[in-house]
Design a protein around this ligand. Structure first.
Ligand SMILES: [Zn+2]
Length: 93
């Protein structure tokens, strides 16, 4: 918890977290598509294992990084919140 963040700094950090989550999501999506393309050559267990591993990474990344920069509260169930549901900090315009 850091009370010294300016509103501008909060928005800047929130944008960085959005990009990070988006990047991980896109990479996971590309990986899933790639796995589907080569999936027919893999044993079913390996294919499902790869998809499961990607899902775990995506979920873990959101759980760790999808937080309010001001109060560190989880933003888990919100896709792109304008304000933090916990401390009411403005996250983006
Ligand atoms: Zn907050």
């Amino acid at each position: 918890m850091d009370d010294e963040l300016s509103p501008r700094e909060i928005k800047r950090r929130f944008r960085r977290r959005v990009r990070l989550n988006l990047g991980v999501g896109i990479l996971a999506g590309l990986f899933a598509v790639g796995a589907m393309i080569v999936g027919s050559d893999l044993p079913a267990g390996a294919f499902l294992g790869a998809i499961g591993a990607v899902a775990v990474v995506v979920i873990a990344t959101s759980a760790i990084f999808w937080r309010c920069p001001a109060c560190d509260g989880s933003l888990g169930q919100y896709v792109y919140p304008r304000r933090c549901p916990r401390c009411d900090a403005v996250l983006h315009d």
